[in-house]
Ligand binder design. Structure first.
Ligand code: FAD
Length: 535
């Protein structure tokens, strides 16, 4: 994946997509596969906004059944089932336990009905993926971290998990391979109209510090929380903020769905890269969309609710390893509670032809993007059907995935890569893993972990730096490899990491100092001072 700014002006495009989150990525990939000339521009890094701040779940959304959002849940479950098939490296099954405590808002009867409906909608009723019921004793054994004193019984059900930023990146790579021009750090600053119809946009690259006119027959606005900044007409939507905390490992391979006592909302404890993801909050937001922060009251809320059900640990603020916040775009609704508002998606077509994506979910973005591309094809008089439904993901190996994974694991052993790191390498890179092995064959020390407690090896980092369109340090350490949120990285550790990739990225001391300063400003080293490197 290489960045080539000159390609933006070499041709008029069929479609220009503004915003490289999951909606922009799927739209670009599908449109390019249908043979359209596609440009996709992102003002920051790929997935740098909401699409790297989600709960990382590929799910139907069990809780939406409470608001009888059956259509939405069914659509998302269909996507979940499909993604498990076509992207086994990118989307993997994750079982959730639901404890029923005395006085729980969700009692055994309501859960049984909800979970049966969930399985029915997913087409998994009665099969190995169906929900299960557990007596108090068995459930407590499964989840020894929970306080069993008021536990009555429990259930488990199946959903799926991903790494949202890498999911988006893989699709961008797929779009590039299908011929799209995809550029990060390129912002649409203004539209160009001809006779009242959009025909292009002014795009400014912060890397080249240069603006160019990009011409296209159709323009799509997938800018998420920024959608009204380039939308010519008022659009009705609201924003809510969601916060996640990363805490030490507490679960093995299964997650927990819990209900907060303070407000009855559902929240999760999820194993992710060997640690625990705790979230999310869901509160109305009318603050600065450029500065979405984790506030103290969100931390208190999550820690209090988690500690209420835990027995094996009592988490304090000092236990928090990492944190992040993101904004949801929700369609306008008369409902007052943010959690009760539908996560459904809408396509708005403006008088000048701009197509704007509003709301939606990470899980169902493919299906929504297909509708965007259908509209584009219709407007251009083309009869090209959706190419992404059931299509294997760009990095999925062509051979049998299980057999291929077993061979890769054996090869990893012979290169002295530990088993856990090897498993994550497969999930992160799939068919590109042999290229990482080649790096190690030439330099065996690259098989080592970067930080002993996390399953990332040095060769992975070098590979990402070299091949994944990294422009800034946080592209690499927050999204390509989420070290900034999975470790309380000390300045010395960060320095050691920048030493590894400086040559690969051709960064001199001044550039390194600038990048460290940017990351400090963004709060990745909160409370710690980064020393400038001496020239
Ligand atoms: C806390 C939280 C948890 C969630 N958990 C889940 C979950 O577990 N599962 C699930 O299915 N869904 C989940 N969602 C929903 C899901 O994350 C979002 O629906 C999805 O990420 C939105 O993607 P997007 O592409 O519309 O927006 P974004 O990811 O925000 O992308 C928009 C992009 O547009 C860019 N941009 C803006 N202006 C310009 C411009 N002028 N020029 C160029 N680029 C521009 C931005 O930089 C940004 O990268 C969650 C949401 C939140 C907030």
């Amino acid at each position: 994946m290489q960045r080539d700014f000159s390609k933006l002006t070499t041709q008029p495009f069929d479609v220009l997509i503004c915003g490289g989150g999951i909606y922009g990525a799927w739209t670009a990939y599908d449109a390019a596969l249908r043979g359209l000339k596609v440009a996709l521009v992102e003002q920051g890094d790929w997935a740098s906004a909401t699409s790297s701040a989600s709960s990382k779940l590929i799910h139907g959304g069990l809780r939406y059944l409470e608001s009888l959002d059956i259509k939405l849940v069914k659509k998302a479950l269909r996507e979940r089932q499909m993604l498990l098939q076509v992207a086994p490296h990118r989307v993997w099954p994750l079982r959730f336990g639901i404890p029923v405590f005395a006085g729980s808002r969700l009692n055994r009867f309501r859960l049984k009905i909800g979970l049966t409906l969930y399985d029915y909608l997913a087409g998994t009723l009665g099969g190995s993926q169906a929900h299960r019921y557990f007596s108090r004793g068995v459930f407590a054994e499964y989840f020894p971290c929970l306080d069993p004193s008021s536990l009555i019984n429990g259930f488990s059900y199946l959903d799926a998990q991903t790494d949202d930023a890498r999911f988006t990146l893989e699709l961008i790579d797929g779009a590039l391979s299908a011929g799209a021009v995809c550029l990060n750090y390129c912002k649409v600053t203004e539209f160009i109209e001809h006779n009242g119809r959009l025909c292009g946009a002014k795009v400014h690259s912060s890397v080249e510090d240069q603006s160019v006119d990009v011409f296209a027959r159709q323009i799509v606005n997938t800018t998420g929380q920024w959608l009204s900044e380039i939308q010519p007409e008022p659009v009705e939507y609201r924003l809510t903020k969601g916060v996640h905390l990363i805490l030490p490992k507490i679960l093995e391979n299964e997650a927990l769905l819990l209900t907060a006592q303070a407000d009855g909302r559902v929240f999760f404890m999820i194993p992710w890269y060997g640690l625990t993801l705790l979230g999310t909050t869901d509160t109305p937001y009318d603050g600065d969309i450029e500065q979405v922060k984790v506030e103290a009251d969100h931390i208190d809320y999550l820690l209090t609710e988690a500690n209420r059900v835990l027995k094996s640990v009592h988490w304090n603020k000092s236990d928090i390893i990492g944190q992040y916040a993101g904004l949801r775009v929700l369609k306008q609704s008369p409902k007052t509670s943010p959690s009760a508002v539908s996560r459904d998606w809408e396509l708005k077509i403006a008088y000048n032809g701009l197509l704007t994506s509003i709301g939606g979910k990470f899980t169902s973005a493919r299906e929504d993007a297909a509708q965007i591309v259908n509209t584009i094809c219709h407007n251009l008089g083309l009869n090209e059907s959706c190419q992404t439904d059931g299509k294997a993901f760009p990095w999925l190996p062509e051979t049998d995935y299980r057999q291929w994974s077993a061979t890769i694991l054996a090869n990893a052993k012979s290169l002295y890569i530990d088993d856990e790191s090897a498993l994550w390498l497969i999930k992160r890179h799939a068919k590109r893993v042999p290229l990482i092995f080649e790096l190690i064959a030439n330099a065996p020390h690259l098989a080592k972990r970067i930080i002993p407690s996390l399953p990332f090896i040095v060769a992975d980092l070098v590979f990402c730096a070299r091949h994944e369109m990294v422009v800034h340090l946080d592209d690499l350490l927050r999204r390509r490899m989420p070290l900034f949120i999975l470790s309380k990285m000390t300045p010395a550790e960060c320095r050691a990491i920048t030493d590894i990739i400086a040559t690969t990225l051709a960064w001199d001391t001044d550039k390194l100092n600038d990048e460290l300063a940017i990351c400090t400003r963004k709060g990745f080293f909160s409370g710690k001072t980064i020393q400038r490197l001496e020239k």
